[in-house]
Design a protein around this ligand. Structure first.
Ligand SMILES: Cc1cc2nc3c(=O)[nH]c(=O)nc-3n(C[C@H](O)[C@H](O)[C@H](O)COP(=O)(O)OP(=O)(O)OC[C@H]3O[C@@H](n4cnc5c(N)ncnc54)[C@H](O)[C@@H]3O)c2cc1C
Length: 368
């Protein structure tokens, strides 16, 4: 039922703008408005804070269905979960009330600030600092590649509070866009997900009350990693959605397109490609939903499951979208058809929330 409701909404209110959002590299405001109006912008927020209280699998289905038409728009529910999950997992009650309530209402989005110019795969090598000053912390540094930066009102920022202790000296904070000293870089010019703003976040002597720390001092990196265990599954959901969207489009096209006097769908070479695409998507979906169930239950092997789902589904998304372009021939290579956008959008799912090389490192360290 949830899938049907989201699909109908996406087809009416989000899909019609997907090409323009990509072409103009602009934020999908129509998608945000439609998602907020239907309470689908941050479905994971628990009911006690005014949220929809969706479990991990329901959240995956929402993201998957949005990504089926527009990956940029699917970053809205996905990154709202990524940004706010540190608060949900490790924040105190006051912090939860203060920030989850406006998020659930649609009054402010959340971003997640871990990466830096010189700290990507090795996020523990971050340089952003938070120095205690009485009842406050003062933050200085640069966060890079921050999704929805400038649009979000709230930012979970990981910063070094004790440089001696490396990852155990990193703490997490909620920083507000309105805090003095917060500013943003120019939007990155990207290959895909052009509708999702990616910008640097500059923290220049940002003085925030100490009670904005999420959890205890020194636990920020552990919270950041625990968050990714759960949210990599939402990237798998994006991958699954874009792969399904590409397959659905290609399936229709091959029935219509005639060569050698018949629809190209009649050729076994085409049928085998479609069969492989559907088979890979089915396997990715099974792994992703299994990982979502593990996330909901907090299974001991969640770290492996989340990495496996993200890695597998994103590799499938790249293969399937590339094959969809192939099935459309020369037409697939043009912007008159959606599959080249889907192929460009799919690529990011192999890179963010840890590259697929990093996922393989995580899996190897956490073999079931
Ligand atoms: C569009 C976009 C949105 C993003 N959104 C966010 C966000 O909202 N918040 C946030 O914090 N970050 C975000 N990121 C950052 C993203 O998570 C990083 O780009 C990613 O983790 C890789 O880091 P890097 O770009 O520094 O690459 P590097 O770490 O420099 O990696 C370069 C290459 O080396 C490989 N590599 C590195 N180390 C190893 C190793 N040990 N073994 C094998 N291979 C290795 C990598 O896999 C990659 O192929 C975003 C990035 C992009 C592009």
């Amino acid at each position: 039922m949830l899938r049907d409701v989201v699909r109908a909404l996406v087809e009416a209110k989000i899909a019609p703008y997907a090409a323009a959002v990509d072409e103009e590299a602009r934020f999908p405001q129509e998608a945000l408005d439609a998602l907020v109006a239907n309470d689908l912008h941050a479905v994971h927020v628990p009911e006690e804070y005014g949220g929809a209280g969706a479990d991990a699998l329901a959240t995956v289905i929402v993201i998957e269905e949005v990504a089926r038409a527009c990956v940029s728009s699917s970053l809205i529910p996905a990154v709202n979960k990524l940004g706010s999950l540190p608060v949900i997992l490790s924040g105190g009650e006051d912090l939860k009330k203060k920030y989850l309530t406006p998020l659930a209402k649609g009054d402010g989005m959340f971003s997640y600030c871990l990466s830096e110019p010189d700290a990507g795969s090795d996020a523990g090598g971050m340089k952003t600092k938070a120095v205690r000053d009485g009842d406050h912390y003062v933050l200085n540094g640069v966060k890079r590649w921050i999704t929805n930066a400038g649009v979000s009102d709230y930012y979970t920022v990981m910063a070094v509070t004790d440089p001696e202790k490396r990852t155990k000296g990193i703490s997490a904070f909620v920083v507000e866009k309105a805090d003095e000293g917060v500013s943003f870089g120019a939007p990155e010019k990207k290959l895909g997900i052009k509708g999702s703003p990616t910008r640097e976040v500059y923290l220049d002597n940002v003085r925030i009350p100490a009670d904005r720390m999420i959890g205890a001092e020194g636990t920020g990196f552990a919270t950041a990693m625990k968050t990714l265990d759960h949210t990599r599954i939402t990237i798998a959901a994006q991958a699954l959605g874009v792969a399904q969207g590409a397959l659905d489009y290609a399936k229709g096209y091959v029935q219509e397109r005639k060569q050698f006097g018949k629809p190209i769908a009649d050729f076994q070479g085409i049928q085998f490609m479609l069969a492989d695409m559907a088979m890979k998507i089915a396997a990715a979906r099974a792994l992703t939903y299994q990982a979502a169930a593990a996330s909901e239950r907090g299974d001991a092997d969640l770290t492996f499951q989340g990495a496996a789902a993200k890695c597998f589904a994103s590799d499938v998304a790249m293969e399937v979208t590339t094959d969809a372009v192939q099935l459309l021939g020369g037409y697939g290579y043009t912007r008159d058809y959606p599959v080249e956008r889907m192929m460009r959008d799919a690529k990011i799912t192999q890179i963010y929330e840890g590259t697929n090389q990093v996922q393989r490192i995580v899996m190897a360290r956490n073999l079931p």
